[in-house]
Design a protein around this ligand. Structure first.
Ligand code: 48H
Length: 262
């Protein structure tokens, strides 16, 4: 092709120069969100829109978390008001009104639009990154960032030491296992953190409680989405996603408020 000089080393250098700059730039952020599921991506959009330097760290090579699997692989995601209005107005997602206050959305559209809006607002997504630990400070106890490594290394089950990302706020958006709060609790018993795990299904109650309990677990560490149910022993809701969106928005509002009032 005229004017294009392609060589193997040229391709490699383009990747290295760009990627190492990105890793350098994002080694210190305002907010590090762990998990690119519905709650994490919703939070990322509102945080980035508020001008906070926001990174989303996702173990898989794709975003969406549980959205793609939806309810037993059936191609319809259910949400209720007011998440329906937020998805329509802020994310441009198309909804079908099913009556009884329930709406359905195409899962692929929901995943794509949550991610697009978050990325366009300025959030940086890093895929294939596994978060394995937190950075801790004492006096007063505070979570100050994350220890991460490549998911491929985790899958190969070989050991390497991690690298670090410093953050003013860390968000556990890892879903059912609340992995960030769990590792912080296990490795630092003096923090007094507990992760009892979620309770059996009680959808109407769970939808409200997950949003209500969304927030700060300790200084520097916040929880959103299904991880809230694990951390506070709340019931699960099954395949309805309204509270994931509301929880993501709420955690963003709380962090924006906390970081601005510092
Ligand atoms: C990097 C990680 C790590 C790690 C996990 O499960 P998610 O979709 O999470 P939520 O809370 O946003 O949404 C929950 C929803 O999908 C759901 O499961 C519902 C509503 N269930 C109700 C019910 O009753 O069953 O996404 C979490 C994401 C995933 O993409 C993981 O790969 C990722 O986090 N992740 N990424 N490092 N240590 N742990």
């Amino acid at each position: 092709m005229a004017g294009v000089s392609i060589s193997e080393v040229g391709i490699t250098r383009a990747i290295m120069r760009s990627a190492l700059k990105i890793l350098d730039e994002y080694s210190s952020v305002d907010v590090a969100i762990v998990g690119a599921g519905p709650s994490g991506m919703t939070a990322a959009y509102y945080l980035a829109r508020a001008g906070l330097k926001t990174i989303v760290l996702e173990r898989r090579f794709s975003f969406g978390g549980g959205i793609g699997g939806a309810a037993s692989h059936l191609p319809s995601i259910v949400v209720e008001y007011p998440a329906s209005e937020i998805l329509s107005e802020d994310f441009g997602v198309r909804l079908q009104d099913m009556g009884d206050g329930l709406f359905v959305i195409d899962p692929a559209e929901m995943m794509a639009k949550l991610a697009t809006r978050a990325i366009d607002a300025g959030a940086k997504f890093l895929l294939g990154i596994n978060v394995e630990d937190v950075i801790i400070r004492d006096n007063p106890p505070r979570i100050a960032g994350l220890a991460v490594y490549w998911s491929s290394i985790q899958m190969a089950n070989i050991h390497t030491d991690p690298f670090f990302i410093e953050a003013k706020a860390v968000v556990d958006a890892t879903g059912h296992d609340a992995e960030v709060v769990t590792v912080a609790a296990r490795k630092n018993p003096d923090l007094g953190l507990k992760v009892p795990g979620e309770r059996s299904a009680y959808a109407s109650v769970a939808e409200d409680l997950v949003v209500k309990y969304t927030g700060r677990v300790m200084e520097g560490l916040y929880v959103t989405g299904m991880a809230v149910a694990a951390v506070y022993g709340l019931p699960r809701m099954g395949p309805i996603f309204g509270s994931m969106i509301m929880s993501g928005k709420r955690v963003a509002e709380l962090i924006i408020n906390d970081l601005r009032s510092r």
